[in-house]
Design a protein around this ligand. Structure first.
Ligand code: NIG
Ligand code: FE
Length: 416
């Protein structure tokens, strides 16, 4: 099946040869072709160029994109899409003055979601989660990482990871699974933290590895959650089972999580709302991708990741949603890109690079996703007619997407 998209006003993120990521000053450069064509062969990108050079081909389907922009679909490298119920009550409690940490300290927060998750049948969790997955696909996400971490028991964690596996089997979007058993200490282990670490390392990890249920291992490295020492133990154990680390660090405090992540060659370190100069220094020269989650900063009213300083220091930055019931009940990458521009002062070019190729890197998917490159997946966003791609962050509350392609096929019912 050959699809030709022609007369594209502007084709974004065009890379002749595959690159892994963009860093520092390179992030300001978003290669594009104006008045372009794009040819898809089955599920892959097979050719692209300027309309002047359109080859004579027999296409099965021709789409006219006059006035419209085409770009690779968003790569959302950090989500907790699989969960049960919601935390609307805590949202209202926060409006009335309680902080996220105060709510967590009185048994709400992650433990609230863990209780709900363990009480909810697997089938029901799947049904609730697939609605969110379908929603983010229609919002232009073409590859997504999903974490466990609301089970906090052997059964609960396995249940979540099985749901993630089933989603990846039933949907065309690329999904990477991350084991986040170390998301919080369950109440019955409050006085026996070593006991929970033992359960993660000696019960959960072997079972997960045996059933090939995860690609990555994550830890919430934060004061009151997992210390740097505990984080290192879990990363080490995860690596022994073939899981590369991708960790939560520096959300509320800078306690050395970034340095620990780099030491264990983490694929990414995520959150980074609180960064000191040593943290930025530590990331220089590493292969670890720093991931910012601006929707979380927005929803919790906490600082935004200092992306400008990081880019100035030559670092790459990726953007992701953090979609979860507590700190970010939104999986909208368009809003993430807009918020990165509006609040973090990233340029549209930097934000689009961060949400495509650098997001792909943070999921180990740079070779197949994140740019318009021959042979990569035909996962694309076709916008409505817009004046320029600046509209994407500028018109921050509008849905500018006309259609989403996943594996070369248009998602049905995209126009509400
Ligand atoms: O990335 N910070 C840790 N984990 C999630 C929030 C979890 C929750 O509140 O349910 C996050 O923000
Ligand atoms: Fe998270």
């Amino acid at each position: 099946m050959i699809t030709l998209i022609q007369n594209i006003q502007e084709l974004l993120q065009v890379r002749e040869t595959s690159i892994a990521k963009v860093s520092g000053a390179e992030m300001a450069v978003l290669p594009t072709i104006k008045n372009a064509f794009l040819i898809l062969e089955d599920n892959l990108i097979s050719d692209f160029g300027s309309m002047e050079n359109l080859p004579e081909i027999k296409a099965d389907k021709i789409i006219d994109a006059t006035g419209k922009v085409v770009l690779p679909s968003w790569c959302d490298s950090h989500t907790h899409i699989v969960y049960a119920g919601n935390r609307e009550q805590e949202f209202v409690d926060r409006i009335n003055g309680l902080s996220y940490e105060e709510i967590a300290n009185r048994g709400g927060g992650i433990l609230n979601s863990a209780k709900k998750l363990n009480e909810t049948p697997e089938e029901e969790i799947y049904e609730q989660s697939k609605v969110r997955l379908e929603e983010v696909m229609h919002l232009g996400t073409g590859a997504v990482e999903i974490k466990s971490g609301y089970g906090l028991t052997v059964d609960g964690e396995l249940k979540m990871l099985r749901v993630i596996k089933r989603l990846s089997e039933n949907y065309p979007i690329t999904i990477k699974a991350t084991f986040l058993g170390a998301h919080a200490f369950p109440t019955h282990y409050k006085e026996n933290k070593a006991g929970y670490l033992d359960e993660i390392i000696n019960e959960m990890l072997p079972e997960i590895a045996k059933n090939k249920l995860a690609d990555y291992v994550d830890v919430f490295c934060e004061s009151g959650y997992f210390s740097v020492e505990q984080t290192e133990k879990i990363m080490e154990a995860g690596i022994a089972f073939g899981l590369k680390p991708k960790i939560h660090v520096n959300q509320f405090n800078s306690i050395g999580g970034i340095q620990a992540g780099i030491k264990f060659n983490a694929l990414s370190v995520d959150h980074l709302e609180i960064m000191n100069p040593e943290d930025i220094e530590a990331l220089k020269g590493s292969e670890t991708m720093p991931v910012a989650l601006p929707s979380c900063s927005y929803f919790l009213s906490i600082p935004y990741t200092p992306a400008r300083e990081m880019i100035k220091a030559g670092l790459p930055v990726a953007l992701a949603t953090d979609f979860n019931p507590g700190s970010t009940p939104s999986g909208n990458m368009n809003f993430v890109v807009a918020t990165a521009c509006i609040k973090m002062k990233m340029t549209p070019e930097e934000a689009i690079n961060a949400a495509t190729i650098n997001g792909a890197y943070a999921m180990g998917l740079s070779e197949t996703h994140g740019s318009i490159t021959k042979g990569k997946k035909a996962n694309l966003i076709l916008t409505k007619p817009i004046s320029s791609y600046y509209q994407i962050p500028y018109a921050f509350g509008s849905n500018l997407i006309e259609s989403v392609f996943i594996e070369g096929k248009i998602l049905p019912n995209n126009n509400p």
